[in-house]
Ligand binder design. Structure first.
Ligand SMILES: [Zn+2]
Ligand SMILES: [Zn+2]
Length: 200
């Protein structure tokens, strides 16, 4: 069963807008909670090429209580926009987010960080207020899912460097006359001589 809640759309007292309360999950291993949440999308979540569309998005959050923490699975379909890296046309896409992350209970955190060694900073915890913050999970996975070379079609032919038209709209024999630089220099010489004649 799933409850409809609105969260993340308003920021209160400098707290993360991506906090989710765990109610009775702590200390009850095996307990599950499913939530449909609306989170605001931060426009700074971009790889510099792809951007998120819209201000908020619906996410489905499944929480499962374990002995060492709470397992959170977050799914959502998030529309994006970008420019084709070859022809500059707009490219709309959708990120299918499906990520699972374990948040350790505060009393299990120290041991978990020791086990993680060099990755200790990536170990996330349930807060003292019995909440988890989904911001790092959402931000990191959305940004990492963005393409660095978006294409409008896998075989986009791009643009003709001579005229900037799309290759797929140009006839197959389309070409630009290329002037040999040596002839171009001769043309300049002829022009200089002619200009000189006119001044006399
Ligand atoms: Zn293209
Ligand atoms: Zn051309």
């Amino acid at each position: 069963m799933s409850k409809r809640l609105t969260s993340g759309s308003k920021k209160t007292g400098g707290k993360s807008p991506y906090l989710v309360g765990l109610t009775n999950l702590a200390g009850n291993p095996g307990t599950r909670l499913e939530l449909d949440l609306e989170f605001s999308l931060n426009p700074e979540w971009t790889n510099g090429v792809v951007e998120l569309v819209g201000e908020t998005e619906d996410f489905h959050v499944e929480l499962t209580s374990l002995s060492e923490g709470v397992l959170a699975r977050v799914t959502g379909e998030i529309p994006t926009t970008a420019q084709c890296s070859r022809c500059l046309d707009e490219v709309g896409d959708t990120i299918l987010l499906d990520e699972t992350q374990l948040f350790f209970f505060p009393e299990k955190l120290e041991a978990a960080r020791q086990d993680a060694g060099d990755d200790a900073e990536d170990v996330l915890a349930v807060s003292d207020e019995n909440e988890i913050d989904l911001e790092p999970l959402l931000r990191d996975n959305l940004v990492l899912s963005m393409s660095s070379l978006p294409l409008c079609e896998p075989d986009c032919q791009g643009l003709c460097p001579g005229c900037g038209e799309r290759w797929d709209t140009l006839p197959p024999d389309h070409a630009h006359e290329v002037i040999d630089p040596r002839w171009a220099a001769l043309g300049d010489l002829v022009k200089t001589l002619r200009d000189g004649d006119e001044k006399q």
